[in-house]
Design a protein around this ligand. Structure first.
Ligand SMILES: *Cc1c(COP(=O)(O)O)cnc(C)c1O
Length: 213
């Protein structure tokens, strides 16, 4: 992963790799910890909680990032485990997070492609949402975006826009780039990349194991 980040002109000490283990068992998390990765991402609440429970006896536990579509009724369940909430995209989630995880570290997910199913607030709404989350006492550290499907180049314009928006809002972190488009994301200023299949191989089931949600 470091080779790919460097080849894209990125500084490996300035880009955090979040290993996305959705669809893999707890052994993938253990393998990531073994090679020194401390940030681990999950997209589904039940899957994250099951792995966190399975790893309860491991001395070093990962810093868990929640990167999937977040339902407000899952916030309470997840609040004991999640360290970074990357997919906050609406006011209602902010209220629930402020109640269940006061001061939590969050990123605001902003939509960059045409696919609304991937989540994210509209770019025009991001400043207001960021301000509301800060008002609610949350630690808003950056913006997150999921690039559109298709060739990696298709993601560039959106990533440029996210980086500019983060600059304008004074937010240091930009979580953008996955296995297929991480070079483009790094070139456009990503500080966090979320990498699944490039580390763990193709997931057995698209979207990961559906363990109850
Ligand atoms: C699955 C997922 C990833 C990782 O995707 P890969 O293409 O396997 O690297 C990153 N971010 C989000 C939001 C995801 O759902």
């Amino acid at each position: 992963m470091h080779e790919r980040i460097e080849a894209a002109g990125g500084d490996v000490s300035a880009v955090t790799v979040v290993a996305v283990t959705k669809g893999c068992g707890p052994e993938a998390v253990r393998a990531a910890l073994d090679i020194g990765v401390v940030d681990v991402g999950e997209s589904y609440a039940q899957e994250l909680l099951a792995k966190a429970a399975a790893l309860g006896s491991v001395l070093t536990v990962p810093r868990w990032h929640f990167v999937g579509r977040l339902q407000s009724n899952k916030v309470r369940l997840l609040s004991g485990a999640v360290d970074v909430w990357q997919s906050v995209d609406r006011h209602r989630l902010g209220g629930e997070l402020a109640r269940r995880a006061p001061g939590a570290r969050v990123l605001v997910q902003v939509r960059v492609g045409d696919d609304a199913a991937k989540g994210g607030c509209e770019p025009e709404e991001a400043p207001r949402l960021v301000a509301a989350l800060v008002d609610a006492g949350l630690d808003v550290v950056g913006l997150m975006a999921v690039g559109p499907a298709g060739p990696p180049e298709a993601a560039r314009a959106g990533f440029t826009r996210i980086a500019a928006l983060a600059d304008r809002l004074g937010l240091p972190e930009r979580s953008m780039g996955m296995s297929a488009d991480l070079e483009v994301a790094v070139a456009e200023g990503a500080t966090i990349v979320r990498v699944g299949s490039a580390l763990f191989g193709t997931r057995p089931r698209p979207g990961g194991a559906k363990l109850g949600d």
